[in-house]
Design a protein around this ligand. Structure first.
Ligand code: C2E
Ligand code: CA
Ligand code: CA
Length: 659
């Protein structure tokens, strides 16, 4: 276009110059040039202003757009703020805004309700004061990290105290809001009430750690507490603590006699009574059945445990009640006091158990402290257990026989068969040492059967060899377990058939303590034994449990007065007991045998007390079968002599003779 104007001007100038002459040309040329320049400038100005206008227009558009955007944003912000406020105020979960310095700026109704306060009561308060004093450390640390900006958000499960001091459990979601131009940085907390969930969880945990019946800690929790006590003792605190195992003597009887419901009620009361004498930092746990455990801590000295155990024994000694009748209990307790020798907590539990075992073995109703000596006995026990199995396998048992004599005439009436263990290293081992182990391990069944067969066959042999001794009988000890757990009637029938011994020449001795267990079953077995003609005797009479109360129910033939009474003969009390037993036996038409007769004086008293049969070192110790046979042989060749003559003879003879 510029070129075109220039060409037009040049053309017009050339035409003018041609028509008007070159002088005009020189005049016209600058004018034209100026005109053209002015025109161009004008155009440029116009272009520029047009561009500016366009630019301004664009700017304006942008500005209006920006402004409308801003307005929209502000509007949106207002809406979202409004929404947030609404959401905050009406949220079903508790919410709180907390300043950077930790003060509560705002809370919603749900949170105030959660804590049982008015919203305004919370404003301005220090947020950490909501945290209970006993909040667990990791939770405190989490919040501290948030407050120091180490994390932007955190989540914890923590309980809060309500105004009424009830606790509520909440899931805390906390985050840091960095803020903007209008808003300062702050924290937003959300609290979700999880009390129900937490209670359910706590219930599950509680159930896993407590005994359902008594509510006491169970074995798991007890062991955990022992571990804690143990670690403290190792660090030099709580050095006088002890673990005790407690087992009720013959609790089973209660269940058998009154039923399990009554038994359960008694266990609950037992738990209460034990708890009532313990201090709050001690623990009593129930391991099941009638087994309890105690953890006695922070004792001033080792004797403190004795004081506590005595208190427990007193509590237990007071009568309980079942079926409106008084019930009495005793307990055996094993104690393992902590000492530096212990390396692991389980060792204390093991030793308390060992001590309990010894308390039971040494007569029950007592406590036994664990000692090195007990440990050795236990080691021996374990060795005996192994050896005893070997003894059964390779038949290392021998039957010994102790004569039982008619006190008045001195005539041999029969024998008590007493077992011996011919140990390959130790020689003859007493039954008192291995029968309890055999009973516990179940080895009593093969051992008892062997003894029964052996003694019946032996007497049968003597009867054939010595025709005049065919009224001699043998008394065999039978463990309560045999009465309870095996077909004793079937076994005895078989033994009698195979040995050919008439049933009335076999007498079975049962200790009085065996009556403590299921008496109905016992009576049933005894009646069936009587049916086949076997005779029955109660051993160690006068020492056991409630012998008198059951006596009339038992189909017995004789009573054996315990050695303890015979050895104390001539002390008024013992004589009285023997007289009572003899009178009782007579009224029930039972024979009486005095055990452990050792001297003339005892013999004389027994004679005066009208006791028929005697057994003891006075006549003979238990002897092997060959020696016993000499008594049998003598009996079949000699005649009986009057008692006084016999006594006179005894006084002068160097050995006591049996006829
Ligand atoms: P027990 O049935 O009371 O047997 C009597 C015990 O007293 C025997 O001990 C006997 O040797 C001992 N004795 C007898 N007369 C006297 C005496 O004058 N003075 C003293 N101090 N002691 C006397 P032993 O043979 O050591 O038997 C101990 C216990 O072992 C027996 O007591 C019995 O309960 C048990 N026993 C023995 N043999 C058997 C058996 O074959 N089966 C079962 N289950 N137990 C048995
Ligand atoms: Ca006996
Ligand atoms: Ca006895």
């Amino acid at each position: 276009m510029i070129q075109a104007s220039w060409i037009a001007v040049l053309l017009a100038t050339t035409i003018c110059a041609y028509q008007l002459g070159s002088g005009v040309l020189f005049l016209l040329l600058p004018i034209c040039a100026f005109g053209l320049l002015a025109n161009r400038m004008l155009r440029m100005v116009v272009d520029m202003s047009r561009e500016k206008a366009e630019r301004d227009g664009r700017h304006f558009e942008e500005l209006s757009h920006y402004i409308s955007e801003q307005e929209r944003t502000r509007h949106d912000l207002e809406i979202s703020e409004e929404k947030f406020r609404n959401a905050f105020d009406h949220a079903s979960v508790g919410m709180a805004l907390v300043s950077m310095s930790g003060n509560i700026i705002k809370v919603n109704a749900a949170f105030a309700e959660l804590l049982g306060v008015d919203e305004c009561e919370l404003l301005g308060t220090d947020f950490t004061s909501l945290m209970p004093a006993d909040a667990v450390d990791p939770h405190r640390r989490e919040l501290t990290k948030l407050f120091y900006g180490a994390v932007r958000s955190t989540q914890i499960e923590q309980c809060l105290y309500r105004k009424d001091r009830e606790t509520v459990w909440a899931l805390w979601n906390a985050s840091r809001n960095p803020g903007d131009l209008n808003d300062e940085a702050h924290y937003i907390f959300q609290f979700q009430d999880i009390t129900d969930k937490k209670r359910a969880e706590q219930q599950i945990v509680h159930d896993a750690l407590h005994d359902g019946l008594t509510g006491l800690p169970n074995r798991i929790l007890f062991v955990d507490r022992v571990q804690v006590a143990f670690r403290r003792a190792q660090r030099g605190f709580n050095i006088n603590f002890a673990v005790c195992y407690l087992d009720f003597d013959r609790f089973k009887l209660v269940n058998d006699s009154y039923g399990h419901e009554a038994g359960d009620k008694l266990l609950v009361e037992i738990a209460e009574r034990i708890k009532s004498v313990l201090r709050t930092n001690d623990t009593v746990a129930r391991f099941g059945g009638d087994e309890f455990a105690l953890l006695i801590e922070e004792m001033a000295d080792a004797d403190d445990v004795v004081t506590t155990l005595e208190r427990i024994r007193q509590e237990i000694a007071r009568p309980f009640e079942a079926d409106a009748k008084p019930v009495y209990f005793t307990a055996s307790i094993g104690v393992a006091p902590w000492s530096l020798d212990y390396e692991r907590p389980e060792q204390l539990l093991r030793d308390a158990d060992t001590a309990l075992y010894h308390a039971k073995r040494s007569g029950r109703n007592r406590y036994e402290f664990f000692s090195q000596e007990l440990r050795e006995t236990t080691v021996n026990y374990l060795q005996s257990d192994t050896d005893l199995r070997e003894a059964v396998y390779s038949n290392q048992f021998r039957a010994f026989y102790q004569p039982i004599v008619n006190i008045a005439t001195g005539v041999l009436a029969g024998f008590e068969a007493l077992i011996r263990w011919d140990h390959p290293r130790r020689g003859l081992v007493s039954p008192s040492e291995f029968i309890p182990i055999a009973e516990e391990t179940g080895l009593i069944f093969p051992i008892g059967e062997w003894m029964l067969r052996e003694s019946c066959c032996q007497l049968s042999d003597w009867r054939h060899a010595h025709p005049n001794a065919d009224d001699l009988w043998v008394s065999v000890n039978v463990s309560a377990k045999q009465f309870k757990d095996v077909d004793l009637v079937g076994l005895v029938t078989d033994v009698l058939a195979k040995s050919g011994l008439p049933a009335h020449l076999l007498k079975l001795e049962l200790t009085e303590t065996a009556m403590a267990d299921n008496i109905d079953h016992l009576v049933d077995v005894m009646l069936r034994l009587k049916d086949i003609g076997v005779r029955l005797s109660i051993d160690d009479f006068g020492t056991g449990y409630s012998g008198l109360s059951h006596l009339h129910r038992l189909p017995l033939d004789s009573l054996k007065i315990d050695r303890a009474f015979v050895s104390r003969i001539n002390t008024g009390e013992s004589d009285e007991i023997i007289r009572t037993i003899v009178t009782l036996a007579r009224s029930l038409d039972l024979e009486v045998i005095a055990e452990g007769v050792e001297n003339d004086e005892q013999l004389e008293h027994l004679l005066l007390l009208d006791c028929q049969l005697g057994q003891g070192y006075y006549y003979s110790r238990p002897v092997d079968a060959a020696s016993a046979e000499t008594f049998v042989a003598k009996r079949s060749t000699e005649r009986s002599v009057p008692a006084l003559a016999h006594r006179h003879q005894l006084e002068t003879a160097s050995t006591r003779e049996i006829f």
